[in-house]
Structures are given as C-alpha cells and as structure tokens.
Write a protein that binds this ligand. Structure first.
Ligand code: 8BR
Ligand code: GLC
Length: 495
C-alpha cells in the first residue's frame, strides 16, 4: 500500500477509534509515577560533564558498562554510551548523592509527570476515558501535583474499611517523599569528542537515571488488595508497569520473590470474577538480568495478556529467555534486524503465553496476536494507527491535552524510511511462505499460528522530547483494543 493510501487509513482509524473510546468503562493503571527532571544535553553540556569527571575515567567506565550509577563517572559514561548509540536506556541509582551531584552541576529545563503509569494515567484521562484509576504506592504531595486535574482520574483509598475513589490531589500522604528521575534528552547530530574518541549522535533519544530510594516498593496495602474486586466492575483492563524497580534483596530480609508474588496476586485479584479482564504490561529497560528474567517468566508469563516494548527491550527480553542469537540479530544494524524483530515477537507471544505483543520502533510497529483474540487483524491495525497518531502528537507537543490534540498527529507524515524498512520484512515472510506480498501490503497477515499486523508510522522530524512516547503508543493502542472489544461485546449482546 503506498503512503497516500496509508494516510487515508490513518484518518479513518483515528476517527473510528475516537468515536468509541468512551465505550470503555475504565482502566486501572499502576505502579510507577515519578517526577521527571528533563535536561536537553547540548554539546557544551556533555563536554562540561566529561571535563568535570575526567575524560580518561569516562573512557575506562565506558568499557566497563556500569549497570548502576554509583558515582558521577558511571553517570557520564552511561550518558556517553547512550549518545554514541542513540539508544534509549534507564539506569538505576540507589544513592541520593547522584541527585545532589546533578543539582550542583546541571540545571534541568523542566519537570514533568514521569513514570510509565503516571504518563499513561494522564494520557488516558486527557483522552476522556471514563474512569482512570491510578495507583502509585508512593503518592507524595509533590507527585500528586503532576496528575491532571480531571474528574475521571481517580486514586483508590480505603476509609473505614471501604474503598473510595478520590482525585490524587486529595489522596496524597503528607509524609511521603517524591521520587525524582533525571532524563537526559539528546539530539541527532550532536558531536562528542573526548580522550581520542569522536562520534556524532545517530538519533534523538534519552537516558534515564532512575532514583531508587530505599522506601521504594512495588506493593499495595493488604486493605487495598482486599478491595480490588470492588473496582473490577468499573474497569475493562489494567496497564501495569514499574516492576523494574523490584530489587533482589531488601534491607528487611525480604527478596524479589516476595514482591513477585504480590504482583501476581494483584493480577489474579483483578481478574477475579472478570475472566475477560485484559492486562497490559509495559516493559522497559531493566539492567538486572535476574529481575528482567523473573518479570517475564513469573509475572508476564500466563498472567498478562498484552506486552508493549521497544526494539532494545525486545533484544533484552530475548536475551534472558535464552535466545541470545536472535537478540543479537534484533539490535544488529543489518537488514535482518526487522525479520529478527518479527521472530522475536512470535517467540515472546508463544513462550510467554500472551494474546498480543506490540513492538514499537522508529518508523514502524509490529504487532503479533493470538488467533483466538476477539478482534480482526484490521481492528488490530486501527489500534496501531490510532496509537501512532498519538505518538506523533506527543512528539510534536510534548504532551497530549485532549483527544482533539491527539488528532493533530494526523498532520505528521508517515515515515518513508519506516515504509521502506517494512519491505525487508515482506521479502522475508514471502520467502518463508508466511504470506503473499498482497497479504502483506495492507499490513494485515493471518499466518498459520498467529496474526501479524505491521504499519509504517508517523515520525516527527524535531521532537520536543522522546521520553514517554513509548508509553503513549502502548497505552493508546491498548485503550483502542479495549474500546473495540467493548463495542463487539455490546453488538453480540444486541444481536
Ligand atoms: P520508548 O520510550 O519505549 O523507548 O519508546 C520510544 C518510541 O517513541 C520509539 O519506539 C518510537 O516509536 C517513538 N518515537 C521516537 Br524515540 N521519536 C519519535 C518521533 N520523533 N516521532 C514519532 N515517534 C517517535
Ligand atoms: C520510566 C522512567 C520514567 C520515565 C518513563 C518514560 O518509567 O522511570 O522516569 O518517565 O520511563 O517512559
């Protein structure tokens, strides 16, 4: 299908999903909201940071590839790596000294709602979803201020043993401290030179320094856990994220096993009495491989229905699931990377017993879905086009204040490069007899064991920021899916 035809489909998909979004009763969103301190890193900034900590020390640390920020050299080294590769990454820091050092040596440009759950909650609320029940275990006063002031955004509290839904502004804990992450955004073309090394940033992206204070727990009070079934009638699905914060061991003797069990129990409770409840897990960059593997094998496997991730995250996931070669092929720059991405998506779908895997990349999305999912490939495709439109709006404005503003993404052209990249996948699939070229053309493939949906996406030339676009894509598509399932359910009951 040529780009003009795709553009037409995009408009139709956006308006048809917009019309039915309010079919959704509600969505539960947990666990991670935080404050993002965003700094756009210029050439001057990166050279200043390198000179403060010393170019030789940075070079040494770049080869060691720190997976945790213990001191400023670790931080600058990970920033140099992220800028060199143009890849997104999130690295934890367990010491408050990192934030202090950054405050002493940098000035952030702006502070915004951060955390996958925080960003998604505000997005769904702004899109007008009837009930967005957001939950963060560490709701501080400062954090609460970053939630949009809208009546459809609600926070669960227990009063006299009864579940009540209040706005986060009326539900925070006065004694709770905020979690503040640093986001370093960098732009394509930025030149970096140090200790004999020289490179140019290959694409816009960001590095996240994620603060992990000792009180951070992916958790829920017993009382709230008991009351979850009272929420179920109000929601069609849940979007869960933040599991990356689970630690192997805690100072009080508990371990990741305790928190994984709690996480799974919450999902089971959400599904109690609502077997059709759909659970989307938004994956992210997880440095600790034990935790990464556990999240996939013990939380996502069998419990989640849908998984959203970017290409680096696909490689990371495949890596801990024992598919090192495929993981390597996914991140390689060669022409096989797109077919490896597809094969990786199928592996995740089957091995993790999911209904749907949505991979987003710059220029195209690939989604694989189980054959018994209650939507057609065309409907899946509408969900993807809806989400790509939102992503473009977010890249344009930095935020999406309303469904109407989301629609401004329609004005962003579809990436020709993304459209061309898909040809590699087409050749691969046709060669393997997975589909014919004609079937691939419109992005809807009904393969033997799964459905495959691929779309070229809209890409903004100079994005305001890239942080949070992945969340917008996954949440937008998942909301569209929930709306279509609801609509179908209503039609089936009517007929
Ligand atoms: P993560 O935050 O999960 O890494 O996802 C980022 C996603 O944002 C990418 O997969 C890509 O699809 C999208 N994106 C980026 Br990065 N830059 C974009 C741009 N300029 N326009 C539209 N989408 C973009
Ligand atoms: C992660 C980060 C958070 C950021 C978000 C964007 O959750 O911890 O700081 O806002 O990703 O996707």
């Amino acid at each position: 299908m040529d780009i003009d035809e795709w553009e037409k489909r995009y408009s139709m998909a956006f308006s048809s999903i917009s019309e039915i979004l309010d079919n959704i009763n509600g969505v539960f969103v947990a666990y991670n909201s935080n404050v993002d301190a965003i700094k756009h890193v210029s050439e001057k900034d990166i050279h200043k940071l390198i000179s403060i900590v010393g170019a030789k020390a940075v070079q040494q640390k770049v080869t060691e590839y720190p997976r945790e920020i213990q001191d400023p050299v670790d931080l600058v080294a990970r920033l140099v790596i992220a800028m060199r590769d143009g890849k997104a990454a999130e690295v934890p820091t367990y010491t408050a000294d990192t934030h202090k050092w950054l405050m002493d040596n940098m000035v952030f440009d702006k502070a915004r709602m951060g955390g996958q759950a925080g960003i998604i909650s505000n997005l769904l609320s702004n899109l007008g979803v009837n009930n967005v029940i957001t939950y963060v275990p560490w709701l501080s006063k400062e954090q609460a201020e970053y939630f949009v002031d809208a009546p459809n955004l609600k926070y669960p509290v227990i009063e006299n043993g009864v579940l009540r839904l209040k706005h986060p502004h009326d539900a925070y804990d006065v004694n709770q401290l905020p979690k503040i992450n640093w986001i370093f955004e960098f732009s394509k073309g930025t030149k970096v030179e140090y200790d004999g090394e020289i490179f140019e940033v290959p694409r816009d992206n960001r590095l996240i320094i994620s603060s992990r204070p000792p009180w951070l727990r992916i958790d829920m009070s017993e009382q709230l856990y008991d009351q979850i079934p009272h929420m179920n009638g109000m929601i069609d699905g849940a979007i869960l994220s933040g599991y990356q914060m689970i630690k192997e061991k805690y100072e009080d003797g508990t371990t990741y096993h305790d928190y994984v069990k709690k996480a799974v129990d919450v999902i089971k409770r959400l599904k109690e009495g609502s077997p059709d409840m759909r659970i989307h897990v938004e994956f992210t960059s997880i440095q600790n491989k034990v935790i990464r593997r556990t999240i996939l094998k013990d939380i996502v496997h069998k419990h989640a229905s849908s998984l959203g991730l970017d290409t680096v995250e696909v490689a990371n996931a495949l890596n801990v699931l024992g598919h090192e070669e495929l993981a390597y092929a996914v991140i390689s720059k060669g022409e096989n990377s797109i077919s490896a991405l597809y094969e990786g998506a199928v592996k995740l779908l089957c091995e993790l017993k999911l209904e749907r895997v949505h991979i987003h990349s710059l220029g195209f999305y690939i989604c694989v879905a189980s054959k018994d999912f209650p939507l057609t490939v065309e409907e899946h495709r509408d969900a993807l086009m809806f989400s790509s439109t939102l992503a473009a709006a977010q890249a344009l404005h930095g935020d999406i204040g309303s469904l109407e503003e989301g629609g401004t993404g329609l004005g962003v052209p579809i990436s020709e490069r993304g459209h061309d990249d898909l040809e590699q996948l087409e050749k691969y699939l046709v060669r393997r007899d997975v589909c014919t070229g004609t079937e691939f053309e419109d992005g809807c493939v009904c393969a033997l064991n799964h459905d495959l949906i691929v779309i070229p996406t809209k890409v903004v030339q100079d994005p305001v920021a890239t942080v949070g676009i992945g969340d917008t894509i996954s949440a937008g598509a998942f909301a569209a899916i929930l709306a279509m399932i609801r609509k179908k359910g209503a039609e089936d009951r009517g007929s």
